[in-house]
Design a protein around this ligand. Structure first.
Ligand code: SF4
Length: 400
C-alpha cells in the first residue's frame, strides 16, 4: 500500500510507548528541553497572533531561516526556505540581521554561525533539535580513524570529504587535513576534486567520506563508476574500524558507518510495491537512501532537485517521493494536478527537525523582543576557523 498525499492523508495516532521528553525520564536525551521563561502551550489559541506580533517587533533585526523538512506552522514564518547549504549562504548574505533564527537542526546553525560575522547571533529555537546522522561521527572517533589510516600507511594518500550534515568539529578536522565539505547537490563535483588531489579517479588515492555512507557510496558508484568492491565501511565501534589493513589499502572509498534515520527507512520493496500499485509512476528519491533504493528509482537528487522536478512535471503524472514527509506533503499540496505519493507505506517525519515548533519559535522571538538571547549557537573559535577552510573549499568548487 502507498500513501497518496494530495487526497485523504490522516495523521498517525500517538503511540503510548513513546518516551515523552521534558519529564526528566531520560536526561541523556533531554538536552535543551527546558526553557528559561515561559514556553507557550501548543494549544494556546493566540499562538499565531503572538508570533506575528513578535516577528513584527523584531523587523529587520531578525532573519528567519526554514529548512525544507520543517513543519508548516514554522515555515509560515520563514523569510527564506531551502536546504542546509542554501540557508547557510542566505544567512551569510544578511550581515544587517542581528539575529539569525535557524529553524533546522544543530549542525545547520553551527554552519550559519561559522559563515556569519561575529556581530550576528545564530539561534536554534530548541537545542534538542540535533541530527542522528551528524551524531554518528564524533570527533574523537574520526581522529582514531585517522590514526588507523596512518598506521596502515595510507593517510597521506587519503583526503577527507565531509557531508554538510556533520558537526563543526568534523568540518574542522576536514579543513585541517585539506579536504572539503560537500552537499547532496555537489557530492559528485566534490568527490572528483578530492580524487584529483590524490592522483585522480583512475589512480590509487582514497577518500574518507563522512558521515553518510549512502551518499558516499551512491555518488562513487553511480557518478564516478566505482564498484561496490572499491568501497569499504569503517565502523567506529569496532577495533580498526572492523577492517583489515589489506582491505583499507585496497579500498578507494572509505565510508563512515553513518546514515540518516529517515532516508534509511526506504527499501527496494517500497519501490517494487509502488510500481505494482501505480503503473507508470516516477520514483524520485534522495541520495541519502540506500544504494539498492537509488538503483531501483528513476531519479535521484537533493531536496532542491526534488522540488524542481515536481515543478517541471506534466499535469496528471504520478510521482513517488522518498524523502522527509513534511517536504513531500508540501510538494503534494503545491501540485494538486499531479499524483504525489509518499514512497514508504508508513509515515516518518524527521523527529529532531520536528522539535522546532511554533511554541519554541514564539518563545525565542518574544525573548529577543524582551532583550534576552537564548539558545545561541557559538562554535569554538579554532574549530570555526578550520571548518571555514573546508566550507570555503566547497564554495570554490565549480558549479556553486
Ligand atoms: S532528515 Fe536525516 S540527515 Fe536530515 S536532520 Fe533528520 S536525521 Fe539528520
Amino acid at each position: 500500500m502507498s500513501t497518496l498525499l494530495n487526497s485523504s492523508f490522516t495523521e498517525p495516532s500517538a503511540s503510548p510507548a513513546l518516551l515523552l521528553l521534558g519529564q526528566n525520564k531520560d536526561l541523556s536525551s533531554e538536552r535543551g528541553v527546558e526553557c528559561t521563561g515561559d514556553l507557550p502551550a501548543a494549544s494556546d489559541p493566540d499562538l499565531v497572533a503572538r508570533a506575528r506580533v513578535a516577528r513584527a517587533a523584531l523587523g529587520d533585526r531578525a532573519f528567519i531561516l526554514g529548512h525544507h523538512y520543517q513543519r508548516d506552522e514554522v515555515i509560515d514564518f520563514a523569510d527564506v526556505t531551502g536546504d542546509s547549504f542554501k540557508l547557510a549562504r542566505e544567512a551569510a548574505a544578511r550581515p544587517e540581521a542581528e539575529f539569525i533564527i535557524f529553524c533546522g537542526v544543530h549542525f545547520m546553525a553551527e554552519s550559519a554561525d561559522i559563515l556569519t560575522s561575529d556581530a550576528q547571533q545564530v539561534i536554534l529555537p530548541d537545542l534538542a533539535a540535533g541530527c542522528s546522522m551528524a551524531d554518528m561521527a564524533a570527533i574523537n572517533q574520526v581522529e582514531e580513524c585517522w590514526d588507523v589510516l596512518t598506521d596502515a600507511g595510507i593517510a597521506d594518500v587519503t583526503l577527507p570529504v565531509t557531508y554538510m550534515n556533520s558537526t563543526a568539529a568534523i568540518k574542522a578536522f576536514t579543513g585541517r587535513h585539506a579536504g572539503t565539505v560537500c552537499t547532496s547537490s555537489n557530492a559528485e563535483v566534490a568527490l572528483r576534486w578530492a580524487f584529483d588531489q590524490v592522483g585522480g579517479v583512475d589512480g590509487t588515492g582514497k577518500v574518507l567520506f563522512m558521515p553518510d555512507q549512502h551518499l558516499g557510496r551512491n555518488t562513487a558508484m553511480i557518478k564516478l563508476g566505482f564498484t561496490a568492491a572499491d568501497c569499504v565501511v569503517f565502523d567506529p565501534r569496532k577495533p580498526g574500524g572492523g577492517l583489515t589493513t589489506e582491505e583499507l589499502r585496497n579500498a578507494r572509498m572509505i565510508l563512515w558507518r553513518g546514515h540518516c534515520s529517515v532516508h534509511g527507512r526506504f527499501s527496494e520493496r517500497n519501490v517494487t510495491d509502488i510500481r505494482a500499485a501505480v503503473p507508470g509512476i516516477n520514483v524520485l528519491v534522495h541520495p541519502e537512501c540506500k544504494n539498492e533504493v537509488v538503483e531501483a528509482a528513476d531519479f535521484v537528487g537533493s531536496t532542491e532537485y526534488i522540488i524542481t522536478m515536481l515543478n517541471a512535471a506534466e499535469p496528471g503524472s504520478s510521482w513517488a517521493i522518498g524523502t522527509e514527509l513534511n517536504l513531500v506533503r508540501r510538494v503534494a499540496a503545491a501540485h494538486p494536478d499531479k499524483n504525489v505519493h509518499y514512497l514508504d507505506s508508513t509515515v516518518c517525519f524527521c523527529s529532531t527537525m520536528n522539535r522546532i515548533d511554533l511554541p519554541h519559535l514564539v518563545w525565542i522571538m518574544e525573548s529577543l523582543v524582551a532583550g534576552r538571547t537564548t539558545n545561541q549557537i557559538v562554535v569554538d573559535r579554532d574549530d570555526a576557523q578550520w571548518a571555514r577552510v573546508a566550507l570555503d573549499q566547497m564554495l570554490a568548487l565549480p558549479g556553486l
